[in-house]
Ligand binder design. Sequence first.
Ligand code: UD2
Length: 298
Amino acid sequence: PVSHEFHLVAPDHLRYEQPSILRGRTDVVTVTPWLAPVVWEGTFNQVLLDSIYKPKNITVSATVFAVGKYIMFLKDFLETAEQHFFVGFKVHIYVFTDRPNEAPQVRMAAGRQLTVRSVPSSKRWQEISARRMELIQTLIEEQLPNRSDDYVFCLDVDSKFHGRWGAESLDGLVAVIHPGYYKDGRSRFPYERRPASRAYLAPGEGDFYYCGGAFGGLLQEVHHLAKTCRSNFEADAQEGIEAAWQEESHLNRYMWINKPTKVLSPEYLWQDFKPQNPEVHIIRFSGVVKNYAEIRPN
Ligand code: UD2
């Protein structure tokens, strides 16, 4: 089958507002220096995008981990995903948990399915968070059909959807700007700063600080990312080193070398404790406030 990734076909009957190359968002940057779009509200037409992507009959998968007490976040995550995440598309959500019996029963709309997979528990939260890369890698190898135009997003469970997250986010390799650092200079980014780690970024390196809590893209792209981050993480561990922010540090290193083809603004991962900034016109997905001492195993 021919990949339709770069072949956007719109129905010719569709009428929508005339695009302009003179007017648009002026308060934010909407393209990176390597010419990847940065997705902000007001930069895309959702009706147009839906009518381009729906006929392609793609499946959008999502992975979410709910290990230990994090199972308590799963119900809200799944229920709000029903309301906002790729509504009208074929969606397959894979939940990884050590408590499959406690997974909530959530009614999924037609065309949407949920698969719960068992994973071992862990005593260290760092390990749970970091092992996700390994499980994402094997999921893509073993479970996801080899379809060159399907997508997967990997998302933190301690979060909820509040607004549309749809076809505008689709691309080869998709990273999300972390809401905590997007106004800072790169010297303040919490990259791994020890040269001994494979996640190391030197002063003067790095484009943005991307979050570990949301990333995605085409299956083969995410597979390459997960495999690379996993092997670098494990090689570091062999040498007794754990990157400052575990897999998030390795992801940031990866995205420095492998530039994302689309960048999602912090609309796509906000944090509930932060007041909404004026350039953020809509919060689509946001981390809930949590008490680390209560929910983490250590
Ligand atoms: C940040 C990142 C997170 C990860 C982490 C570094 C964002 C918003 N969050 O968040 O993605 O990169 O730093 O390690 O970018 N989990 C469990 N059970 C546990 C602990 C974690 O299931 O006991 C899973 C769960 O899906 C959770 C994810 O791992 O959403 C990340 O852990 P976190 O939310 O505790 O990490 P946090 O908030 O420090």
